[in-house]
Design a binder for this molecule. Structure first.
Ligand SMILES: NC(=O)c1ccc[n+]([C@@H]2O[C@H](COP(=O)([O-])OP(=O)(O)OC[C@H]3O[C@@H](n4cnc5c(N)ncnc54)[C@H](OP(=O)(O)O)[C@@H]3O)[C@@H](O)[C@H]2O)c1
Length: 330
């Protein structure tokens, strides 16, 4: 099968044998993929045995075969999923994935529109509902959430989940007119600039403090401002790790909660509840088909090839993309 792999730190078009599905695996014919910052972060990491490394953790495709213990899917089903960081990625014609982290593809989206969603949606869903503990169905209606980095892949779906589903008042951050307009279109009530003084901008909006903060970028840099803006007993979730020790004592007087979200935790450790990702992707597909949530697709770069993936990585590394970049077909 065709595959795009990293060899000697360079993306190359190669041929690989067809992968075999294990007991709970699906063999999926890949129709479209999306790129994420994890792809270029992993590009430089060598494999232990020097073998080619296939990247790519966002897929929409069709199930062609299933392992003997599979119960959730059958051949012919259209699916979307993010996969596991401790298994080969999906920049290849065929890919195997554990059924417990796969959802049925939204039927109203084409493969490219669907491939934009899984990794970032799992991240945003787990961050908002599980880590921050925001209530489903509007039980926290009217509370405020600051989403730092609103126009990126994760921000684009997080704004929708927080505003349209949880009915929170969303303040997103963006540093450019076009990224600010994107955040507003997706449901942000206010947009402030993450390159400026965020607490001062919130006060200027009449918002003295926020109940929840979701940090999607530059955690170390934004931490003091976020600690200042957070309400007493508020909750802060970061999806990016800190690079240096943080002044955690800033959170102490407020009895504030700090929590991390890594969407690969469940698949990496095969936690007992990893099927939650199947469930949430399936619920999300329903919400999309009902028209309540929209795809976050920003641009289709072209077909799935080493040259186009390199182009997509370069765009992500510039950290100015709006929504998601997708590649479709081989
Ligand atoms: N923990 C997890 O499970 C998980 C999952 C997915 C992603 N991540 C990580 O989360 C980060 C964001 O991922 P993503 O896919 O959303 O990225 P992305 O799509 O590449 O984000 C691009 C956006 O970042 C914004 N941005 C640039 N500099 C910023 C800054 N200093 N402060 C705030 N925002 C800034 C830009 O907005 P403007 O143009 O308006 O400045 C741009 O729209 C990456 O580091 C990624 O590796 C973690």
């Amino acid at each position: 099968m065709k595959a795009i792999a990293v060899i000697d730190h360079t993306l190359q078009d190669i041929d690989l044998p067809l992968p075999q599905a294990g007991a709970r695996d699906l063999l999926v014919k890949v129709a479209a993929i999306s790129v994420n910052p994890i792809d270029h972060k992993m590009r430089g990491a060598a494999t232990e045995d020097g073998s080619p490394r296939v990247l790519g953790w966002d897929v929409a495709g069709v199930v062609t075969a299933v392992g003997p213990s599979v119960t959730l899917f059958k051949a012919g089903d259209e699916v979307y999923y993010a996969g596991s960081l401790v298994r080969p990625g999906a920049n290849s014609e065929y890919h195997v994935v554990d059924e417990r982290i796969v959802g049925r593809k939204p039927s109203t989206l084409d493969f490219a529109q669907a491939a934009a969603l899984p990794l970032t949606s799992i991240t945003a869903w787990e961050a908002i509902y599980e880590r921050l503990g925001v209530k489903h169905g509007g039980g926290d209606q009217g509370k405020t959430i600051l989403i730092v980095g609103g126009a990126g892949g994760v921000g684009s779906i997080a704004i929708q989940l927080a505003s349209k589903l949880a009915r929170l008042t969303v303040i997103a951050t963006a540093s450019r007119p076009e990224s600010a307009a994107w955040c507003r279109k997706l449901g942000a009530e206010h947009v402030i600039d993450h390159s400026g003084d965020m607490p001062a901008q919130l006060k200027a909006l009449g918002i003295a403090e926020v109940d929840f903060i979701l940090c999607l970028n530059e955690f170390d840099h934004h931490f003091p401002a976020m600690a200042e803006a957070l309400a007493p007993q508020g909750k802060l979730c970061s999806i990016v790790k800190n690079e240096r020790p943080l002044a955690l004592e800033l959170l102490f007087p407020k009895s504030a909660t700090l929590v991390f979200e890594l969407m690969f935790t469940r698949s990496m450790f095969e936690t007992a509840d990893m099927i939650e990702q199947h469930k949430l992707l399936t619920i999300l597909a329903g919400l999309i088909d009902e028209g309540r949530i929209t795809t976050t697709l920003g641009e289709v770069i072209g077909s799935i090839s080493a040259a186009n993936i390199a182009k997509a990585h370069a765009a992500l590394e510039a950290r100015r993309t709006i929504g998601k970049l997708v590649l479709s077909g081989f």
